[in-house]
Design a protein around this ligand. Structure first.
Ligand code: PLP
Length: 366
């Protein structure tokens, strides 16, 4: 640390320089995050100093968090769902598995059953909670094999996990079938809709993945991905409003006596940012944005196939994957564990960016 401090001017010149080393979103095709919506930025700035970890001091902000949960619950066909704002999918998934685990305390060696496509956060959650993670292979369509899932469940299983919009291939598992399986085995069913949770409700022909299915216990959804909020904004929703209380611990020095969240101090800013986007755009505005992202995904797939780069699979959400070895600079793409090129058509990836990318990759492989 500097002994004397430095001038603000000097400091921010240094920061600007560093910020220029960051990638320009114009070339980022690999991220599930995006440029936050201007109303999210405005709300974020307005609520900068709020701490949801001490809700008794920030009653207004805490009520906005409740409103966000109600908006998402309504979107997921259960307005009275419980829940809270997390730092993202990772925390939501950890907490969902914790809930499942405490619901069956009598089990000595608990396990959870997840698809092979599960996000790596489940690895972290299982490590932290000492849960055995059983992985179910995917079918040819990159969706969880339901027969295999049912096979893996035994008397020590506390949770079955399904993905609604997988990180790598953008696929939705057979959620309705999995919900029935979980129900018949009396285990929790957690739907990881971190990405798809703010895509699927706005599509015209999507299958149910939410609380409209009786077996679904909890849902993870990330407003800092397709919700265009500022980072960090995730949410965990629970079917029973009081379910989270099973995680309560005593909090001696706060305005509330108990807390079930994983984080202590929690920012209100991105939470209000998330609510701002949903309320500003409404269902119609969200539909328009999602329709644009899906259209761009289709255009990208069609364009790539003309160049001889076939899709790995036809995705359910705006994640496109291809058999393709190399892409030109300075485009930032990602690669799946099976070696497929992966591009996420986020809201900042406008049609002109797709066309520019197609032109560059076409020239490179000409
Ligand atoms: C992004 C993602 C996560 C992890 O979310 P973070 O916000 O990065 O913690 C979990 N599950 C799925 C399906 C995701 O796409």
């Amino acid at each position: 640390m500097l002994n004397k401090g430095c001038s603000e001017e000097e400091l921010f010149t240094f920061f600007s320089q560093k910020k220029r080393e960051d990638m320009d979103y114009n070339y980022i095709l690999s991220s599930m995050c995006t440029i936050p919506h201007p109303v999210a930025v405005r709300a974020h700035c307005m609520f900068m100093e709020t701490n949801l970890g001490d809700p008794g001091l920030f009653l207004g902000t805490a009520s906005l968090e409740k409103l966000l949960i109600m908006r998402l619950g309504t979107l997921f066909h259960l307005p009275e769902a419980g829940g809270y704002a997390t730092t993202g999918g990772t925390e939501s998934n950890i907490q969902a598995l914790r809930l499942a685990q405490v619901s069956k305390k009598e089990i000595t060696y608990p396990n959870v059953v997840v698809p092979e496509s599960a996000h790596f956060s489940f690895r972290k959650a299982c490590d932290l909670l000492c849960l055995e993670m059983r992985t179910v292979p995917l079918g040819k369509d990159f969706r969880m094999d339901t027969g295999e899932a049912a096979e893996q469940i035994d008397k020590n299983t506390v949770c079955l996990v399904g993905i609604a919009g997988s990180t790598e291939y953008g696929m939705v598992d057979p959620i309705a079938d999995l919900a029935k399986i979980a129900d018949s085995h009396d285990v929790f069913f957690h739907v990881d809709a971190a990405f798809g949770g703010l895509v699927l409700p706005f599509l015209n022909h999507s299958k149910p993945f939410d609380f409209s299915l009786p077996g679904v216990t909890t849902i993870a959804v990330d407003p800092h991905k397709m919700g265009m909020s500022t980072i960090p904004a995730g949410c965990l929703l629970t079917r029973r409003p009081d379910m989270l209380n099973s995680l309560n611990i005593e909090t001696p020095y706060l305005s509330v006596k108990q807390e079930y969240t994983l984080a202590g101090t929690r920012p209100g800013a991105p939470v209000v940012g998330a609510l701002a986007v949903l309320d500003y755009l409404g269902v119609q505005g969200m539909r328009a944005i999602i329709a644009g992202c899906m259209k761009n995904t289709e255009r990208l797939i069609a364009g790539m196939e003309i160049f001889g780069f076939p899709r790995a699979v036809t995705p359910d959400v705006n994640v496109a994957t291809f058999t393709c070895r190399e892409v030109p600079e300075p485009w930032k793409v990602s690669w799946t564990r099976h070696g497929h090129l992966r591009i996420v058509c986020m809201p900042h990836v406008h049609l002109d960016r797709i066309e520019a990318f197609l032109k560059d990759i076409g020239e490179m492989h000409a």
